[in-house]
Design a protein around this ligand. Structure first.
Ligand SMILES: C[S@@+](CC[C@H](N)C(=O)[O-])C[C@H]1O[C@@H](n2cnc3c(N)ncnc32)[C@H](O)[C@@H]1O
Length: 201
């Protein structure tokens, strides 16, 4: 059966609306925590000029690989096994300039220590003037944007105490520490945000 995620299917079009200019300006995109690979399939199809590099860590890798065994695309590279906690990231990433690092619904799944290494990894692979796009739920000034996000946070923590909806300010501080400047913070359907940073070196 083909790997499938309902949220990834529902959010791909709203995300494309917000990041289409950035995708148009990018040639090489690294996706972190690709999951089922649906965003890689969709964005690469919409943007045939770019090369999309899907990745996931060991626990998610078999699902991702299965997706691209069934649905290969000329502009999607073979999925990489990439755990954000393992610094430095794969040497094949530092051999080429990455114009955009993209990740959806991952920062609240991984631990805060992993979020920190996520930014350390980006520092090594993202080209100058490159973009970072992070999609997912966030808190602002310690407050959830909606009661349902507070419930979601509790559900996440019951499942895995190291996970949870992240504070925008803390994530933005990590981004700024590697020379990223926030360009846009778009409210998205289903109480999510699409955060866009650009590297300014
Ligand atoms: C909720 S899923 C989102 C998947 C996909 N991005 C989407 O939007 O459907 C979270 C993803 O984060 C990945 N992930 C969790 N911890 C990770 C880590 N340490 N390194 C890389 N990926 C990780 C999981 O394997 C999973 O694919």
């Amino acid at each position: 059966m083909q790997p499938y995620s309902g949220p990834a299917d529902r959010n791909k079009e709203p995300i494309l609306e917000v990041i289409s200019d950035i995708l148009m300006a990018s040639k090489r995109v690294l996706e972190v925590g690709s999951g089922t690979g649906q965003h890689a399939l969709y964005f690469s199809e919409q943007m045939p000029h770019l090369t999309w590099l899907p990745s996931d860590f060991a626990e998610g890798y078999d699902v991702l690989r299965a997706q691209f065994e069934q649905n290969s695309r000329t502009n999607v590279a073979a999925p990489i096994e990439l755990d954000v906690r393992n610094i430095p990231w794969d040497s094949c990433l530092t051999d080429h300039v990455i114009d955009l690092v993209y990740t959806a619904n991952t920062l609240h799944i991984m631990s805060w220590a992993a979020v920190e290494t996520f930014f350390a990894g980006i520092e090594q692979v993202l080209g100058k003037e490159g973009f970072l796009v992070v999609y997912g739920p966030f808190k602002y000034n310690g407050d959830f944007t909606t009661p349902s996000n507070a419930q979601f946070d509790q559900w996440l923590k019951n499942r895995d105490p190291v996970s949870g909806v992240r504070d925008f300010e803390a994530v933005n501080a990590l981004a700024e520490s590697i020379g990223l400047v926030l360009q846009n913070d778009c409210a998205m359907p289903a109480n999510n945000q699409c955060l866009i940073w650009r590297r300014s070196l």
